[in-house]
Design a protein around this ligand. Structure first.
Ligand code: PBG
Length: 344
């Protein structure tokens, strides 16, 4: 071989590779989702998310302490309420499951508590907002006549009423802040949600509580296991009329810009791995912290393959999170938080 000026391998040797590494993972990059379940007295394993459980209120503090032991400092709380209704009233009840858990966790631990602001776990129909009157009539008809075909799914006007939902989301965020939530994370993809929540928080004296907006949230099939975990699958139809179309990349820029205008402090892209192009775009185009949600399906598929002996779970989990950071995320909401933090 003649002269070779460039030998990238020189910098891949042990001793120097860490010096030139562009990306690193730290437990402080992660947010661990925690499910608190008001319907149970005992921890319930979540079958499609190995290693995760729904915990009763009395175990919420203990569950968060387990997270903190791994070095992860932030949790995102999801609630399974004792009862559901048409308007998701347990989402904004003062003694709701998330409010109660937040009170206990913030008074007894040092965890940074982020709360999910959405109605889908709290509504009887499982949608992320209140239904249009047309949709609720249809729903009643379907229940009384036992009609199973999904005609309502076909009509965009038959799902949620965007503007009616805003007030309930704002109430939910305020009730969570009153309970001690340090950050709120609206995930319902309701147009105007960030602005409505910002105004309501400010009016209630919580101008210091930041909003992490699920700014570009796609209508993804990767949420399947979460919907088992949080019992939030829609009873009819799907979420394609409010969550983003997976085909659209440029639209994410418009969605995110709206949330920035309305005062979002942190911009989230969700899911993460199948949408790294979007994570990279948001990083490049907006000077705000970027979060990515490595969702339940991304977690479940690696576990399933590892169980078959086809993948090395620790290695693929770490590589996944590293890739999400490399694409531009500053923080990652992930079910791998504890496992990966422990291995770092
Ligand atoms: C609620 C919400 C969902 C997830 C987080 N918040 C479900 C959905 O939109 O259907 C999914 C998280 C995951 O899959 O890990 N709106």
């Amino acid at each position: 071989m003649d002269h070779l000026t460039h030998r990238p391998r020189r910098l891949r040797r042990d001793g120097v590779r860490d010096l030139v590494s562009e990306t690193s993972l730290s437990p402080s990059d992660f947010v661990a989702p925690v499910f608190v379940d008001a319907t149970t007295e005992e921890r319930q394993p979540i079958e499609s998310m190995p290693g995760h459980e729904r915990v009763p209120l009395d175990d919420a503090v203990a569950r968060v302490e387990e997270v903190l032991e791994t070095g992860v400092e932030a949790v995102m709380l999801f609630g399974i309420p004792e009862a559901k209704d048409e308007v998701g009233s347990r989402a904004y009840a003062e003694d709701g499951v998330v409010q109660e858990a937040t009170r206990r966790i913030t008074s007894e631990t040092d965890a940074y508590v982020i709360t999910d602001v959405c109605l889908c776990e709290y509504t009887s129909h499982g949608h992320c907002g209140v239904l249009t009157s047309e949709a609720s009539e249809r729903m009643e008809e379907r229940c009384s006549s036992n009609v199973l075909e999904d005609d309502a799914a076909e009509d965009p006007d038959l799902t949620v009423d965007n503007d009616e939902t805003l007030e309930l989301l704002a109430k939910t965020a305020v009730s969570q802040a009153e309970a001690g939530a340090e950050m709120v994370a609206p995930s319902s993809m309701t147009d105007g949600m960030v602005g409505a929540i910002r105004v309501a928080l400010d009016d209630a004296g919580f101008s210091d509580v930041p909003i992490m907006s699920y700014a570009a949230k796609y209508e993804s099939a990767f949420y399947g296991p979460f919907r088992d975990a949080a019992d939030g699958a829609p009873a009819f139809g799907d979420r394609r009329h409010y969550q983003m179309d997976p085909a659209n990349r440029r639209e994410a820029g418009r969605e995110v810009a709206l949330d920035v205008e309305q005062g979002a402090d942190v911009l989230m892209v969700k899911p993460a791995l199948p949408y790294l192009d979007v994570v990279a775009d948001v990083r490049r185009e907006f000077d705000r912290p970027v979060a990515a949600y490595n969702v339940s399906g991304e977690y479940a598929m690696l576990h399933a393959a590892a169980e078959q002996g086809w993948l090395d779970l620790d290695a693929v989990a770490r590589e996944s999170l590293l890739s999400i950071k490399r694409a531009g995320a500053d923080l990652i909401v992930t079910y791998f938080a504890e496992g990966v933090a422990r291995s770092l």
